[in-house]
Design a protein. Structure first.
Length: 520
């Protein structure tokens, strides 16, 4: 009997040792280098149709000459024009638009391999990331220094990466977001901590403070008042303890997600604002938010947003997850192959399962679908009222597929009533103008940085034609169709690999910020 126990124990120890060695091998396995295209000193795109996203006019059969990373000239077809030894692309019958923008994403320490190639493959050349760190290098979330480093590598053609515009703080959400061992000022539970928070992110190189739903109200007001003194602004969620009217008046520059008007435009809005346990009241109120929406109040708030130039990023796909959680055609998305296996099993699948269970329950039946449809109507209302709308997807959240989701979001916007041109503007010139880089990006014009998409089909005829990508030009560097397809294939292979999933789970477990997020 003793020998049998010893033999079993030996087997267990050997198995644990082998498993540990396999895990260590996965962690140490080198990440692949992502091949960059050759950089040409000048590129000539011949005889292409340029879409002016400002007016919707198509400039037919133009030559576009790119020198280094900028558009040097846009000419009508002239046989005697000398473009030197430029690398030439035949644009006959094709369409040229600016690179696309995703104004709500979350980057991680693995974005270089799992997100960036897919962004470029889908023509997403500029990103506003709404995540960050809290004074310490995080094993999971990327921070300002990471993103600024990626920008530097883009400028020197040393890495495949989109352009990261406007740097964010970590989400500021009171004690709910600050792990133990981190400076207390990140929680801003006390108003006196606000200057410490702002000074920290100013020194880090951030451009804005990302505010979250449960931020202490007094501190939110103080951040709004003090942030401009530090060269910062506020963007993010509408705090549950502050009315949308007040938040607009305090100067919040962008509001995220599809329920932003619902919180203030149902009969229980005042109760929600005053409640101590706001989350509980919110969940009790979901049905009323969808059914008892006050359109007149919403229109008043939309007028205020237009007047204050406050932007809205609806991220409609985040509501669609819950609404369609029981729809197999939706759940079995073909792009799941680009997502690490363990992310799907540990994060995405439980998200969908919870929503599906709620949708089938007596208290939840039909509510998520109603909220999704209500948000779509409100996007159409806001557009007619002149609220500036921008595309955002909420990568890395569930079913937000890097790059692909941006095209889906534009299609969602047209389903809300936006024209194809308006949806295109929401993904190009409006984000560029919001980010104060409209002189360099956001449209196709002489002197601007060459972030461009060459399309096979006209997106003004059908917005899904933004998917017909022939090639991408990013910072004056050409990524042809073959290379873009290679990026997709390589990302799919990496996402299913053992070593990538080992790295993913260890980065997740090693992050105090993620552990705190899941604990709450």
């Amino acid at each position: 009997m003793k020998k049998k126990v010893l033999k079993t124990l030996k087997f267990i120890l050997i198995s644990l040792a082998v498993f540990s060695l396999i895990v260590i091998a996965g962690l140490l396995w080198p990440m692949p280098e992502i091949a960059l295209p050759e950089k040409h000193e000048s590129i000539l795109i011949k005889s292409i149709n340029i879409i002016d996203v400002n007016t919707g006019i198509i400039l037919e059969n133009r030559n576009v000459w790119i020198e280094k990373n900028r558009i040097s000239a846009i000419d009508s077809i002239t046989p005697d024009k000398n473009y030197g030894d430029s690398f030439t692309i035949d644009g006959q019958g094709k369409y040229l638009i600016p690179g696309l923008w995703d104004m709500h994403t979350h980057s991680t320490q693995h974005s270089k391999w799992l997100h960036h190639p897919l962004y470029i493959a889908n023509g997403v050349t500029s990103i506003r990331d709404l995540s960050g760190q809290m004074g310490k290098k995080d094993s999971y979330w990327a921070g300002t220094k990471d993103r600024l480093g990626w920008n530097q590598k883009l400028e020197h053609n040393e890495q495949v990466t989109p352009r990261y515009i406007l740097q964010s703080s970590y989400q500021i959400n009171g004690d709910n977001s600050v792990p133990s061992g981190y400076p207390e000022f990140f929680s801003v539970e006390n108003v006196k901590d606000v200057p410490l928070l702002l000074e920290h992110y100013q020194k880090e190189g951030a451009n804005f403070i990302k505010v979250y739903s449960d931020i202490p109200v007094a501190s939110y007001r103080q951040i709004a008042k003090e942030a401009p003194k530090y060269g910062l602004h506020i963007a993010g969620h509408k705090p549950l303890g502050v009315s949308l009217e007040e938040a607009i008046g305090l100067g919040q520059r962008s509001f995220e997600h599809g329920r932003v008007f619902m919180f203030d435009c149902f009969p229980g809005a005042e109760k929600l604002l005053a409640a101590e346990d706001k989350r509980a009241i919110y969940y009790e109120s979901k049905k009323s938010m969808g059914e008892d929406f006050d359109a007149l109040k919403a229109e008043h708030l939309m007028d205020l947003m237009r007047q204050k130039n406050a932007h809205w990023v609806p991220t409609l796909q985040m509501l669609k997850i819950s609404a369609f959680a029981n729809d197999l055609d939706y759940v079995e998305n073909k792009n799941l192959k680009y997502i690490p296996t363990l992310r799907k099993k540990l994060w995405w699948n439980p998200d969908v399962a919870r929503a599906a269970e709620y949708n089938q329950s007596k208290e939840g039946k039909g509510i998520n679908m109603k909220l999704y449809k209500s948000a779509k109507k409100q996007v159409g209302m806001a557009q007619k009222k002149g609220v500036p709308i921008m595309t955002g997807t909420d990568v890395t959240d569930s079913y937000a597929f890097p790059g692909f989701a941006l095209h889906t979001e534009m299609k969602e916007l047209t389903a809300c009533g936006l024209t194809n041109l308006e949806a295109l503007r929401a993904a190009t010139i409006i984000p560029a103008t919001y980010s104060h880089v409209g002189k360099d990006l956001g449209s196709v014009a002489e002197g601007k940085i060459a972030d461009l998409l060459i399309l096979e089909k006209n997106p003004l005829e059908k917005i899904s034609n933004t998917n017909s990508i022939s090639s991408v030009v990013l910072n004056g560097v050409l990524y042809d169709k073959e290379r873009l397809e290679t990026y997709k294939d390589n990302t799919a292979s990496l996402a299913s690999s053992f070593h990538m999933n080992v790295k993913f789970i260890f980065s997740l477990l090693g992050s105090p910020l993620i552990r705190k997020q899941f604990a709450d």
